[in-house]
Design a protein around this ligand. Structure first.
Ligand SMILES: C[S@@+](CC[C@H](N)C(=O)[O-])C[C@H]1O[C@@H](n2cnc3c(N)ncnc32)[C@H](O)[C@@H]1O
Length: 369
């Protein structure tokens, strides 16, 4: 038996134009802000500058809502970057040059010939200084850039520098979550849980579902060895759980990407993976949009496809949790939050129509008796 895709508005079916404020609406562009009342930057013993809470910060608080000072397409190289930095106004250019530079020089040196051609006067000392500046700019860029690609994937600019957020250090058990929000054209950083005064605000630069050895390898790019609780944990079970999450998540995503009809058996199998994945994610405290939010939403979709009436209440609960996760990680102006609200409405409407069907049935029986 195959079941059709349910009529759910999920993230991949929403276009940006559908949720952007209409030109005649009163919604104005959100100003950039960083909640300097909540944190301060200071030097750490081993990780350069970091950001530390100066007050208790409740879970879900938006700490940054920041405009990029520089955004470039994925394929931009050293020359495009340097030109973009030189085109910044004085204050922004200074901000850029003050950021950390941790990555090693690029092995690709073709750009040096390009710079040589630009310099008519190839006076070697000046030229060498210039090359050093290009390399420093590139290292700053690689150390601090954030992905800005809107979910529509038609973005011209897709990597950006956000100077306040760039001071956030990494942890594989982060307490804040960052994401570029194309709806408001800002990078937002939200508290993932209650953060106590004095705690460092730590985001994750990488996919934290990977096991420790893989995370370590990827983090070499930033030139440090992570000493977070997940990386230093003597508990092998934790690594096992993350590997299991990664595998389950890959299976769930593979199913999600499949178009067309799906057998009920496959639906039930995938729903089983969703249930296991949710349990493990919670155990690991991994409550972000990219994992838990996505898994809840997929669970609801699968549950609606299967259509077991006694599971409908659980589907509403999961859809409500997906809304909570998106609100906490991304805020109510995000596309993900709006999609989760649509999903919740769909599942509630489906329940209502099921209840009405039951009513009709009952009244018909009553009339007959
Ligand atoms: C985006 S910057 C973060 C801010 C940086 N600490 C600074 O001084 O501006 C990334 C760099 O910070 C350092 N860093 C980030 N997280 C770290 C960690 N958990 N342990 C050690 N160094 C870290 C690394 O040098 C990394 O390349």
């Amino acid at each position: 038996m195959t079941v059709p895709d349910p009529p759910i508005v999920d993230i991949s079916t929403l276009s940006l134009a559908e949720i952007l404020p209409k030109p005649d609406s009163n919604v104005t562009k959100i100003p950039s802000y960083t909640r300097r009342d909540l944190y301060e930057e200071r030097q750490t013993p081993e990780a350069g500058i970091g950001a530390f809470a100066t007050k208790d910060i409740p879970s879900g608080t938006r700490i940054f809502c920041e405009e990029g000072i520089l955004m470039l397409p994925d394929e931009a190289g050293q020359v495009e970057l340097y030109n973009a930095v030189k085109a910044l106004d004085g204050a922004r250019e200074k901000m850029f040059w003050e950021l950390a530079a941790s990555t090693k020089p690029s092995k690709n040196v073709e750009w040096i010939d390009e710079v040589r051609q630009i310099c008519d006067e190839d006076i070697s000392s000046t030229f060498n200084d210039l090359i050093a500046s290009y390399e420093q700019a590139w290292s700053i860029y690689e150390t601090n850039r954030f992905t800005c690609k809107p979910l529509d994937n038609d973005a011209e600019k897709s990597l950006g520098i956000f100077p306040q957020s760039a001071r956030l250090n990494h942890s594989c058990s982060p307490n804040v979550f960052h994401r570029y929000n194309p709806v408001i054209d800002r990078l937002t950083v939200h508290a993932l849980r209650d953060i106590k005064v004095g705690e460092e605000l730590l985001t994750s630069y990488i996919d934290i579902c990977h096991p420790t050895a893989v995370r370590r390898h990827i983090l070499k790019h930033w030139g440090f060895r992570c000493r977070c609780s997940a990386c230093d944990s003597p508990d092998d079970d934790e690594d096992y759980r993350r590997k299991k999450i990664e595998d389950l998540f890959a299976k769930i995503n593979k199913r999600r990407a499949k178009k067309g009809k799906i057998s009920e058996k496959d639906c039930r199998r995938s729903l089983g993976n969703v249930v296991k994945c949710i349990r493990l994610l919670k155990k690991e405290g991994m409550e972000e949009t990219d994992t838990l939010g996505l898994v809840y939403a997929e669970g609801v979709r699968l549950g609606m496809m299967i259509g077991d009436e006694d599971e409908q209440e659980s589907m509403v609960e999961w859809a409500e949790k997906a809304v909570e996760v998106e609100r906490k990680c991304l805020g109510e102006d995000s596309k993900e939050f709006i999609a989760a609200v649509h999903l919740l409405e769909s599942v509630r409407n489906k329940n209502k129509s099921n209840d009405n069907d039951v009513d009709v049935d009952v009244s018909t029986k009553a009339e007959r008796s």
